[in-house]
Design a protein around this ligand. Sequence first.
Ligand code: PEP
Ligand code: MN
Length: 361
Amino acid sequence: MSLNTIDELRDEIDAINLQIMHLINERAILVQKIGIAKQASGVNRFDPERERDMLDRIAENNKGPFQTTALQHIFKEIFKAGLEIQKDDQKEKLLVSRSMKSEDTVVSFGSAYIGGGSMQLIAGPCAVESYEQTAAAAREVKKHGLSFLRGGAYKPRTSPYDFQGLGLEGLKILRKAADDYALKAVSEVVSVYDLETAAEYLDIIQIGARNMQNFDLLKEAGKMNKPILLKRGLSATIEEFIYSAEYIMSQGNKEIILCERGIRTYERATRNTLDITAVPILKKETHLPVLVDVTHSTGRKDLLLPAAKAAMAIGADGVMAEIHPDPATALSDSAQQMDFSEFDDFILELQASGLLRMKET
Ligand code: PEP
Ligand code: MN
């Protein structure tokens, strides 16, 4: 065969490649239309029977030279790509997605707000242990001009024999300490049954890492008229995190704050691995405010400041950190809570860095 003939055949192949490409794209447009119709009628994207039908039809009509199995393999890849396109289209239509709402969601609490260019610091003890301990932390929070006091009342502990939190009593103490210092109260709820009661005492309901995929809890939180602070799951992908936020918003609650708190990896130098790039990704893909919990992500006092600086520099809307009047005696997370003089230094360093820009409305 002459070189000229090879060139001619190659020209033909080039032309066919383009035809195949056009046909695949035409097919993709039809797949997209089907996706929209399916979503509108609540029908599942996946339809194995329909796939089997299409593959059988290919087998019946194949006249070679390709073996049917080879052709079916190619077509299965085309089907898969079609499903991916439908999935991407659906993702763009998530209520939490940036494509559905271009402006940042700002969760407002009267005098303070989270999101929309402010930088908030949520601080307080890991667990509410007593009024004195919580009020001491509240005094420090207020002293620095901050607005949000955290404190766990229902503690999700690894061991059932560890301190489980004071429960309702803890919520009452947190509320009182917050009121005494004119602060907003943030605390975690681990059970659907406690949501209503907790809402009476809290300004923000936290859903912790261990419950990020507790879908019943997410759905019920979505029916509340209270901002929800949703933490990323221990081993959750960013996509799973976003879908969890969607669970809440799909039930009507639009006030959701996301919190990156580190994920579990093979690295043992830190308690978890702070996925700092999750912040700009979440800001890009959703319209929700994003915080970084420097305490539970690093699990190390010496890393709280650099992690907070990184969070602020990369575009987080705020930082969460744990403080305790006497960390050595804390009933949980004693190793990584800051004492008050460490907290003073932490705030001073952040202010000096120019990254901490606290704004009041
Ligand atoms: C907490 O903030 O008290 C907590 C338990 O955090 P996480 O759910 O991120 O582990
Ligand atoms: Mn803690």
